[in-house]
Design a protein around this ligand. Structure first.
Ligand code: NDP
Length: 282
């Protein structure tokens, strides 16, 4: 049976250690603060935002929320981001996606100052990640790298397969794994022979958004299986992109959903806010 990775526990450990760092910053009169912008009232976003605010509270990071209505214009959104960019008391800014279709999410991401871009979505920070420079790493891939590190999972020379090529998960995941010397293959909806490719993987990262897409027959005995997906199964329960029940006996390591990658994503957001606060006064 696979080792079931406890992302919840690991995230808690990271938050505890970050809290100490935040307490030290406060002694120097630095009060790390996050500003979150939400446009519209997407129900999943509300849950994510609530989880982020709870994590901030636990770590001692100040938190400010801007709830904009569906009719907000791009100009209004850009004006708000500019105002927050120029506010010395704010160290991190994030725009919760999705936002209404008439707004340009990429423009929103690139309007956020790269120094406050705690989600790591600004083109400059994405470029720095590709070049192996100090940057804000997108929180989900960053959390997955932390899991691999904490569980002493060897990456160098391994075959890693990332399923999904989104800007926020798949692409930065490729960079992170490649920078640790894995041989990385990225699969997407146009990939041919996907099961054969995945079968060759020592490390599989599934970030597709389709319930139980990765099945037992695709997994090599002893592989490390990281499940990013958050879906509702036919039974209405939360499930990942991986068929956990049938893979758990074959994999070497596996992350559950919930309790795997999700909490680590938020812990790494906290990490990025503390980093932003420290770097602002350097
Ligand atoms: P996107 O929808 O942006 O990307 C999905 C990717 O999956 C695309 O690259 C798409 O390919 C690929 N894909 C879709 N169908 C197939 C298929 N049949 N075969 C192979 N590849 C396919 O999703 P995200 O990356 O934003 O998120 C993925 C999942 O992870 C979602 O469930 C999301 O909720 C979850 N998530 C979880 C987080 C966490 O903290 N746990 C954080 C972020 C996301 P193509 O590019 O060709 O369309």
């Amino acid at each position: 049976m696979a080792c079931i990775i406890d992302g919840k526990e690991l995230a808690k450990k990271i938050r505890t250690s970050l809290k100490k760092e935040v307490d030290e910053l406060k002694e120097q009169n630095i009060f790390p603060k996050l500003a979150v912008i939400m446009v519209g009232d997407d129900p999943s976003s509300k849950i994510y935002v609530r989880n982020k605010s709870k994590a901030c509270e636990e770590v001692g990071i100040e938190y400010e929320e801007y709830l904009l209505n569906d009719e907000t214009t791009m100009e209004e959104l850009v004006d708000l981001i500019d105002k927050l960019n120029n506010d010395d008391k704010i160290h991190g800014i994030l725009v919760q996606s999705p936002i209404p279709k008439h707004l340009d999410i990429n423009k929103a991401f690139r309007t956020i100052s790269e120094k406050k871009d705690v989600d790591g979505f600004h083109p400059t920070n994405v470029g720095k990640l590709c070049l192996g420079q100090n940057t804000f790493v997108s929180c989900t891939p960053f959390g997955i790298m932390k899991i691999l590190e904490e569980y002493n999972i060897e990456i160098e020379g391994k075959n890693a397969v990332v399923i999904g090529r989104s800007n926020i998960v798949g692409k930065p995941m490729l960079q992170c794994l490649m920078s640790k010397n894995a041989t990385v293959t990225v699969c997407h909806s146009k990939t041919k022979n996907l099961p054969e490719i995945v079968k060759n993987a020592d490390i599989v990262v599934a970030a597709i958004g389709k319930a139980k897409f990765v099945t037992e027959d695709m997994i090599k005995e002893g592989a490390v299986v990281i499940d990013v997906g958050i879906n509702r199964g036919e039974d209405g329960k939360l499930c990942g992109d991986v068929d956990f029940e049938n893979i758990v006996n074959k994999a070497g390591y596996i992350t559950p959903v919930p309790g795997g990658v999700g909490p680590m994503t938020i812990a790494m957001l906290m990490n990025n806010i503390v980093k932003a606060a420290k770097e602002m006064y350097r």
